[in-house]
Design a protein around this ligand. Structure first.
Ligand SMILES: [Zn+2]
Length: 343
């Protein structure tokens, strides 16, 4: 009886979640729940193209080197130059449909596909892979999945570290009409996200007096970034799309050691996902090899950032690797070389 229950639970979870855990990570390697083995993830998403998102939020986020997401209404004459500049700085330009209707089976295909193609035509440096549903009403999931890897709703909760449904990812409204108005409101959500090891997505429209819906104070926005900046080893702040990429990759990635000569270790890091979309590096660690003083990590001959992560009882060698190594549409595995360096 117990066994049957377990099987049913697993089946229900997989059916509801679009979640695949197909990877195998060989011992002693571990893949971080979040980049750098941080505790929690935070995304700031901005809707409707309100003017202070460009005049205030983007310069502020650039100052902290944090990336945000701009959910853009493509039929509302967005400023494409501003959006191209934002994308060049690493921010995400994503869809908020063409005309901002409540999505229905009769309008959803045109709204979803035309907004995506308009963004990809006008902001060619990135792919448009996520959507925020107008009025938080999701489109038909099978239709959404044709065009996007994830969609945002507004149910006001903090997501677990793998959302049950990538097409209904919760967000928390900010500003005068939202539940997050003050610096203390932000800090409470940050603390709750860290204790649940989850992902918190904020939804912002207006900033100060730009005329946007539910304006948030820029002073409060800044203080939230200062809080996170003081806790960089705990919180990963990134775009909505990159957090989705990371989650899907860390749940799918396989890590295998293919050789270990004592002074050189070779790994294969692969996944089964579409490499044209899923190209974000995942963080891997292993106990620091015995007898090594230093390590250099390279992927396909290019050195990648590696660091020593000091644990309570063991020190780790930690590094980032892109599953399938950026060889677009190729199944060829890449290798990560670890070797000692003569001091
Ligand atoms: Zn909107």
């Amino acid at each position: 009886m117990k066994k049957i229950n377990v099987i049913l639970l697993l089946a229900a979870f997989l059916a509801a979640g679009n979640v695949a855990y197909s990877g195998t990570v060989a011992s002693p390697y571990q893949v971080g729940n979040w980049p750098g083995f941080r505790t929690a993830a935070i995304s700031y998403t901005f809707d409707d193209g309100c003017s202070n998102q460009f005049a205030i939020a983007i310069p502020m986020f650039n100052e902290f080197d944090y990336k945000l997401t701009l959910f853009t209404i493509t039929g509302a004459s967005p400023n494409w130059t501003n959006l191209r500049n934002a994308a060049a700085a690493g921010h995400e330009v994503a869809s908020h449909t063409v005309t901002h209707p409540t999505l229905t089976p009769s309008n959803e295909v045109a709204e979803l596909s035309n907004s995506k193609s308009a963004i990809e035509a006008n902001v060619p440096s990135q792919k448009c892979v996520t959507i925020a549903y107008p009025m938080c009403v999701p489109s038909t999931q099978s239709v959404t999945a044709t065009y996007y890897i994830a969609g945002r709703i507004c149910s006001g909760s903090i997501e677990v570290n793998t959302p049950l449904n990538f097409y209904q990812i919760s967000s928390i409204g900010c500003g005068s009409a939202g539940s997050i108005k003050t610096a203390a409101d932000f800090n409470t959500k940050f603390a709750n996200t860290a204790s649940s090891k989850g992902w918190c997505v904020f939804l912002i429209h207006g900033i100060d007096s730009d005329g946007g819906y539910s304006p948030l104070s820029s002073t409060v926005l800044r203080s939230s970034l200062q809080y996170l900046d003081a806790r960089r080893s705990t919180f990963w702040v990134s775009t909505f799309g990159n957090v989705v990429r990371y989650i899907r990759e860390r749940n799918d990635v396989s890590v295998a050691e293919t050789s270990n000569t004592g002074d050189s270790i070779t790994l294969q890091v692969t996944d089964t996902l579409d490499n044209t979309i899923y190209n974000y590096p995942v963080t891997i660690r292993r106990p620091f090899p015995e007898g090594w003083q230093m390590a250099r990590v390279s992927q396909n001959g290019h050195e990648v950032k590696a660091s020593i992560l000091r644990g309570t009882s063991v020190n780790y060698l930690m590094f980032d690797a892109v599953p399938d190594g950026g060889e677009l549409c190729s199944q060829k595995p890449f290798t990560v070389m670890l070797r000692t360096v003569t001091l």
